[in-house]
Design a protein around this ligand. Structure first.
Ligand SMILES: Cc1cc2nc3c(=O)[nH]c(=O)nc-3n(C[C@H](O)[C@H](O)[C@H](O)COP(=O)(O)OP(=O)(O)OC[C@H]3O[C@@H](n4cnc5c(N)ncnc54)[C@H](O)[C@@H]3O)c2cc1C
Length: 452
């Protein structure tokens, strides 16, 4: 007898937890599990800034899916279109071949992409911090600015190459500026020709506070730490124009600069927009049991979905796009797929936020576990223990600890890998936001036999 086919789209926090939950909860005879994902690892995004700074190697935060999943069929590619009427997805494999995959239950966890705005020059010149390739690119780019500046005889150009701008005062931007500033701060030892006082990092955000979810005291503490290290923080300010060698701020300042790192929020994967279903602030509207209204065989969770936050009194609250929620929602999605296959009642997703950890490098951190406000070494201990627990495999944990120890004892290295130096490397290139099809296009391609 044919087994029901469960198809999961996206191998991030939510998708992998869902696949693991299904493997654990369903005997092989009860369902066939397929995961479509462009990468064969599950990326632990919270530690990306540490990869950009070279504190961690990329493998440390990219545990292999082959270690985590044992009987899930892993299809290497991305879903580019979904026809929910015919229950079929079109998948572009990593070699560009397009194939179709049919499903009985679909779990959508394609996550999010960097949110950009209509700012002239932004998508051409800004760099993101959302993928392993982006982190590797940013690292190469920052070190190349140090290398060029050290070799350059034009004073103006040297100063411009040593100005760095990070937009976004959430945890991604704050950790990115903290780690990269520490890296360039350590450059004085290896670049004796460079005047360290010329190296300047700017962190800007349109909001009036850094990481408001931390509360006033810890937010102010994080800001004080960054300022003490020399980071210039501008709040209530954004970017109005970017060119290859300048960044203009909305307060009128024009900064000669070759580096703009954009971490000003995320928006759901463009795949969500192709469904024609209801969305809430761009995320797919779902019921508390994670099913998509009007599409009972489809569930969605993680950054891509607007999951009602039942722990809040405000009835319209939705869960924040965090790894913590995505992981737990993935587990809940697995439980509900199993319940649906067995004709049982689905249960709602309920989770009280455990708090936030923000690693600022070295012994500096702020964190708020279960509402307790911590700063300095205790906060760092909590942050790093949390990351180690959340990393999926023992080998990833071991690599991470070993890298932390190596960095703490041997310091930073300023090596460019050069892998990405000849690519255009814009936000769009990295996050492939322009490849999606509508359900009509999916049907057309199927009818024309274009999908294998
Ligand atoms: C720099 C940074 C730091 C962060 N720090 C923290 C933190 O400290 N704490 C915290 O809780 N959260 C943090 N977050 C947020 C957290 O990483 C996200 O909320 C979390 O990754 C969401 O999980 P997800 O499974 O929904 O999506 P993701 O983990 O992004 O996974 C989505 C997966 O889907 C794949 N995919 C995308 N499109 C398709 C497609 N069409 N077909 C198939 N597969 C597809 C992607 O390649 C990816 O593997 C951080 C994010 C960033 C960028």
């Amino acid at each position: 007898m044919e087994r029901p086919r469960v198809l999961i789209v996206g191998g991030g926090f939510a998708g992998v937890e869902c696949a693991r939950g299904l493997e654990r909860g369903l005997p092989a005879r009860e369902a066939e599990i397929t995961l479509v994902t462009p990468h064969n690892y599950s990326l632990y995004l919270p530690l990306l800034p540490q990869v950009a700074a070279g504190v961690l190697t990329p493998q440390s935060i990219a545990p292999s899916l082959r270690r985590m999943l044992h009987r899930t069929r892993i299809v290497p590619g991305g879903v580019v279109g979904i026809d929910t009427a015919d229950k079929v997805c079109l998948v572009r494999l990593i070699d560009n071949e397009v194939v179709s995959i049919r499903y009985d239950r679909l779990v959508l966890t394609p996550g999010s992409v960097t949110r950009t705005f209509d700012i002239p020059g932004l998508t051409e010149h800004a760099r993101g911090m959302k993928t392993l390739a982006e982190a590797a690119y940013v690292r190469d780019h920052v070190i190349s600015q140090l290398d060029i500046a050290a070799a350059c005889s034009n004073e103006e150009e040297r100063a411009a190459r040593l100005q760095f701008v990070v937009v976004g005062g959430g945890y991604a931007g704050t950790e990115t500026v903290a780690y990269l500033q520490r890296l360039t701060g350590a450059a004085a030892r290896r670049y004796p020709r460079l005047d360290p006082s010329l190296i300047k990092w700017h962190l800007i955000d349109i909001a009036p506070k850094l990481m408001p979810e931390l509360g006033d005291r810890l937010g102010a503490k994080a800001m004080e730490l960054l300022k003490k290290r020399g980071t210039e923080i501008s709040l209530g300010v954004s970017v109005s124009e970017v060119t290859e060698d300048t960044v203009r701020f909305t307060d009128g300042r024009l900064l000669p600069c070759r580096t703009l790192i954009w971490t000003a929020g995320v928006t759901a994967s463009p795949l969500i927009g192709t469904l024609g279903a209801e969305t809430v602030r761009g995320r797919l509207a779902v019921s508390p049991d994670l099913t998509v209204p009007g599409f009972p065989e489809v569930l969605a969770c993680g950054d891509a979905a607007a999951v009602p936050d039942l722990s809040k009194e405000d009835g319209d609250a939705i869960c924040a796009p965090t790894a913590q929620h995505a992981q737990r929602q993935g587990k809940q999605a697995a439980r509900n797929v199993i319940a649906a296959l067995r004709g049982q009642q689905l249960t709602p997703y309920e989770h009280k936020d455990l708090g936030l950890v923000v690693d600022l490098g070295g012994i500096d951190a702020v964190s708020k576990p279960l509402g307790y406000e911590l700063a300095g070494l205790p906060a760092q201990a909590v942050a790093r223990s949390y990351h180690l627990m959340a990393l999926h495999t023992g080998v990833a944990r071991f690599r991470t600890v070993a890298n932390w120890l190596i960095n703490a004892t041997a310091g930073d290295d300023f090596v460019r890998t050069g892998f990405l130096s000849r690519q255009p490397a814009t936000l769009r290139d990295f996050e492939r936001t322009d490849v999606y099809l509508s359900p009509e296009d999916v049907r057309k391609q199927m009818a024309e036999g274009k999908a294998g």
